[in-house]
Structure formats: C-alpha cells, structure tokens
Design a protein around this ligand. Structure first.
Ligand code: URA
Ligand code: SF4
Length: 207
C-alpha cells in the first residue's frame, strides 16, 4: 500500500482535496467501493467530527453520516445544541470496506494499514479546516487522530491531542453506531447521554 500521500494536492482548497480524493489509489479499498466519501461541512466549522469509514448508505450516496449512525449523531448534536454550521463531518478512511454475503454488504472494520494509508487526507483536512476541537467517534477514529490505540471505556470524555502537527484538542467518544447495537433501552439512553455530554465538552472547547 503506497498510502494516499502522493494523491493529496499541495496547496489545494477543500474542493480541490475532495476532487483529488476521487482518484486516490492509496490502498485497495477504492476497488470494491462505489465512490469515495470525503466529508460534509464548511471549512469554517470549529468542530471536526471524525468517524471510522463510510457505511453502506454513505457509499451509495457519497455523503458521510447519512445512514442510521448519522441519524443518531444528528440527534446527539441536536440534544447538545451544536448548530450544524459549526460541524465538519469526515472519516478516518474514505472508502467503504465490506464483505459480501449474498446480496448483502457487511461492514468490515478497516485495518491499521488502511488508517495509515488514508491518514494524509485527514491531515490535509485538519490543516485546512483548522478546527478548534476534534471529536473522534469510536476507537478506530481515535487511533487515526491520536496516532495510538486507545480504549474508549478509559479515554471517553477526556481531552487529548491530535497526533498531527496541529496538536488539536481531541475528545474521544463512542461511535454512534455502537449505540444502535445496545438492546436495553436504559443502557442505550445512558450511552446517548454520554455522547451528548462529550459533544457539549467539545463545543465548549471550540468556542
Ligand atoms: N459510520 C461512520 O463512521 N462514518 C460514516 O460516515 C457513517 C457511518
Ligand atoms: Fe485512498 Fe483512503 Fe480510499 Fe484507500 S481508503 S483508496 S487511501 S481514499
């Protein structure tokens, strides 16, 4: 895997990055995916939310967080009173990784090599958007942003620093899709409340 580095244009704006990412061959994930899913939000946003990778719906629509996890995230942002124009949404990995089971496409976690390969895009986004705070959604995003493995149970809600040159304050929290897997309603509510708390913390730091 050569990594995305050679595809990231020097001095480009956000649209330039977005366009260039369509041609990225930094790892093999582009081959089976429908399209690249780059990001959503204004470069003036103060808060950068980093997910893991696009899901099935995102792969088809070409937009991050438009599926079930995106719904949970939107509800949590709403509950935290974070206005949408303050938020830039992106992912650690820009192509959908999945396994085919018959007609279904089952999400498969990106490997560490995919995170490393795709990180030049994320670093270019951080350098351009210069967010005041980053929220890493889940362990995979946290690993990419922080450059080291973390346990969500231990790191959740604490303020760390991104591993790139900007050393941006970074809050680690649960991935919204993990909430969808909690069957017990009160446990799910508790997890949702934690997510809202962590988004509030990030918004406070970003102002
Ligand atoms: N999960 C993610 O991590 N990112 C998306 O864009 C959608 C679901
Ligand atoms: Fe490039 Fe990232 Fe897609 Fe791999 S996942 S091809 S590094 S954009």
């Amino acid at each position: 895997r050569p990594g995305a580095g050679e595809w990231v244009p020097e001095g480009a704006d956000l649209d330039g990055l977005r366009q260039a990412a369509e041609t990225c061959r930094g790892c093999e994930l582009w081959e089976d995916a429908t399209q690249v899913v780059f990001s959503r939000g204004s470069p003036a946003a103060r808060l950068m939310l980093v997910g893991e990778q696009p899901g099935d719906r995102e792969d088809l629509e070409g937009e991050p967080f438009v599926g079930p996890a995106g719904r949970v995230l939107a509800d949590a942002l709403d509950a935290a009173s974070v206005p949408d124009e303050d938020v830039y949404r992106t992912n650690a990995v820009k192509h959908f990784r999945f396994e085919r089971r018959g007609k279904r496409r089952i999400h498969e976690k990106p490997a560490v090599g995919h995170l490393t390969a795709c990180r030049p895009w994320l670093e270019a986004e951080i350098a351009l958007v210069r967010p005041s705070a980053i929220v890493a959604l889940g362990a995979t995003a946290a690993r990419s942003v922080l450059g080291a493995p973390v346990k969500i149970g231990e790191a959740r809600g604490t303020v760390l620093e991104s591993a790139d040159a900007s050393a941006t304050p970074t809050i680690v929290t649960a991935h919204p899709s993990s909430l969808l897997r909690i069957r017990e309603a009160t446990d799910r509510q508790t997890a949702f409340d934690h997510l809202v708390d962590d988004l509030r913390t990030a918004a406070r730091i970003a102002h």
